[in-house]
Design a protein around this ligand. Structure first.
Ligand SMILES: *[C@@H]1O[C@H](CO)[C@@H](O)[C@H](O)[C@H]1NC(C)=O
Ligand SMILES: *[C@@H]1O[C@H](CO)[C@@H](O)[C@H](O)[C@H]1NC(C)=O
Ligand SMILES: *[C@@H]1O[C@H](CO)[C@@H](O)[C@H](O)[C@H]1NC(C)=O
Ligand SMILES: *[C@@H]1O[C@H](CO)[C@@H](O)[C@H](O)[C@H]1NC(C)=O
Ligand SMILES: *[C@@H]1O[C@H](CO)[C@@H](O)[C@H](O)[C@H]1NC(C)=O
Ligand SMILES: *[C@@H]1O[C@H](CO)[C@@H](O)[C@H](O)[C@H]1NC(C)=O
Length: 208
């Protein structure tokens, strides 16, 4: 049983590492103390999750959209692939070793990506900008704090390009809302995964 629990935890992490970002192997990421600081930000990540969950439940922001719509979109799709129930993929991955810096690097990329998505959405054709923008801004603010405390480079800089392919928003605010809902659902799922990953890192199991 203990083995089972350990297995599923590490399995999840390895999937997070191997699938969470298509270019993860191409990016040289170094963490030193800054990596530990990032793991220490777990409270902020929990807050982020609560914030996203509240956004998804906001009837102004997501007015009259189909909340049963599938979670979608590029990177977010890989979140579903990371679900621990997909054991065939997991079997393939379990020989690899856990890399904390790679894990944190992927988390940073997720933050960069989703903040670009949210930022671009605030500039799109919104239904009620005066209500929606402040809500989205508060989430952006949390992400900004996280990016500050989790910077990958020892000098506090990180070299992730800002051009991460945020979606192009259409003219119809309904279509945009629907799309944004799917993306925020994806962000929610990803944030749950991140919270688990940080729990695993701070438990120190991967160093045993
Ligand atoms: C998100 O967090 C900010 C700052 O903590 C807060 O002001 C805002 O109300 C939160 N938004 C939601 C939708 O929970
Ligand atoms: C969503 O909002 C409704 C009221 O608008 C509230 O009753 C419900 O508890 C909220 N759900 C979550 C998960 O926050
Ligand atoms: C995952 O593995 C369990 C047993 O280890 C098995 O019962 C289950 O059917 C597998 N699921 C899939 C989708 O392969
Ligand atoms: C995983 O390890 C086992 C033995 O430890 C080995 O037989 C197998 O080929 C390895 N798989 C991969 C994908 O490296
Ligand atoms: C949202 O944030 C942007 C950039 O930080 C700022 O320019 C804008 O005034 C803010 N809008 C609201 C309504 O808070
Ligand atoms: C959006 O609006 C612009 C100008 O109003 C128009 O040129 C463009 O074709 C529209 N795009 C779509 C996808 O409807």
């Amino acid at each position: 049983m203990a083995f089972g629990n350990f297995y599923s935890a590490s399995c999840l992490i390895l999937l997070l590492l191997s699938l969470s970002w298509r270019t993860s192997t191409a990016l040289p990421v170094r963490t030193g103390l800054s990596g530990e600081k990032c793991a220490d930000s777990s409270l902020l990540f929990e807050k982020l999750l609560q914030n996203i969950t509240a956004l998804l439940n906001d009837t102004e922001l997501f007015h009259r959209i189909d909340t049963d719509a599938a979670v979608v979109i590029s990177q977010a799709e890989t979140v579903l692939a990371c679900a621990p129930t997909q054991n065939s993929t997991c079997m393939m991955q379990r020989n690899s070793t856990f890399s904390e810096s790679e894990c944190l690097g992927n988390i940073m990329k997720d933050l960069v990506y989703y903040s670009a998505v949210i930022q671009s959405y605030t500039n799109s054709n919104l239904r009620l900008p005066e209500t929606e923008v402040p809500l989205l801004n508060s989430t952006l603010e949390i992400i900004r704090s996280l990016r500050k405390s989790c910077s990958l480079m020892p000098n506090g800089e990180n070299n992730i390009p800002e051009d991460v392919g945020a979606p192009k928003w259409e003219n119809s605010s309904y279509e945009n809302r629907q799309q944004m809902f799917k993306m925020m659902k994806g962000f929610q799922v990803r944030t749950i995964t991140i919270n688990r990953a940080l729990g695993y890192i701070s438990s120190g199991d991967h160093r045993k």
